[in-house]
Design a binder for this molecule. Structure first.
Ligand code: FES
Ligand code: FES
Length: 215
């Protein structure tokens, strides 16, 4: 007969019973989720044909419709100059120019750009024949590791076009006047391009030089 001080169930038995119950709960809670989300077969994945003009060349693709423009460029066209940083629209490393406007290519689906003219860093210039903005970045040390640099340069080229077209920014004081080529304007307009190496002041110097040579 058990004494009043003898536990009816040992600590070891309690742990085993608890672990068993937890495992059973995990199985029962995961089973419906697995059943609700069957892995689609390759044939079931929606695909679409797409035509782009990339860096002056007509390119045809057939893609999973969920493919971002960034992945289309990097993974399907082997244009790896455009970088994937955050993949969430926060760093600007993936900036390209589509139909004259800079965009974060990680935030847009490739199929949304049927027929678009897309310019990546490879289309701006080559090591032997650099775009003026590329040459200015080299001259002013506008980079260290270089990871953000393709996005910075594509963004900078489009920024100067925005200013030329009179598009105001958040720091433009007169919305009806032509925007100034001030450091404040350039910093504000480039604020979506993050540089972890902190080359910001040199980047502004490079853009200022190119802007000056254009006016
Ligand atoms: S990778 Fe597109 S914004 Fe960071
Ligand atoms: S140069 Fe390294 S992140 Fe900008």
């Amino acid at each position: 007969m058990d004494s009043p001080t003898t536990p009816l169930i040992s600590r070891r038995d309690a742990l085993i019973a608890g672990a068993g119950a937890a495992a059973a709960a995990a199985v029962s809670s995961s089973a419906p989720a697995a059943a609700a989300q069957p892995v689609p077969s390759a044939a079931a994945i929606p695909r679409a044909k797409l035509s782009l003009n990339v860096n002056g060349q007509a390119r045809s693709l057939e893609l999973d419709t969920r493919t971002t423009l960034l992945d289309a460029l990097r993974e399907h066209l082997n244009l790896t100059g455009t970088k994937k940083g955050c993949d969430h629209g926060q760093c600007g490393a993936c900036t390209v120019i589509a139909d004259g406007r800079r965009i974060n290519s990680c935030l847009t689906l490739a199929v949304m750009h049927e027929g678009a003219q897309v310019t990546t860093i490879e289309g701006l210039g080559t090591p032997q024949r650099m775009h003026p903005m590329q040459a200015a970045f080299v001259k002013h040390d506008g980079y260290q590791c270089g990871y953000c640099t393709p996005g910075q340069i594509c963004s900078a080229v489009a920024v100067l076009d925005e200013i030329k077209q009179g598009v105001p920014s958040h720091v433009s004081t007169d919305l009806t006047a032509r925007p100034l080529l001030s450091a404040d304007e350039l910093r504000e307009r480039m604020s979506g391009n993050i540089c972890r190496c902190g080359a910001y002041s040199n980047i502004v110097d490079a853009i200022t030089e190119v802007a000056g040579s254009r006016t």
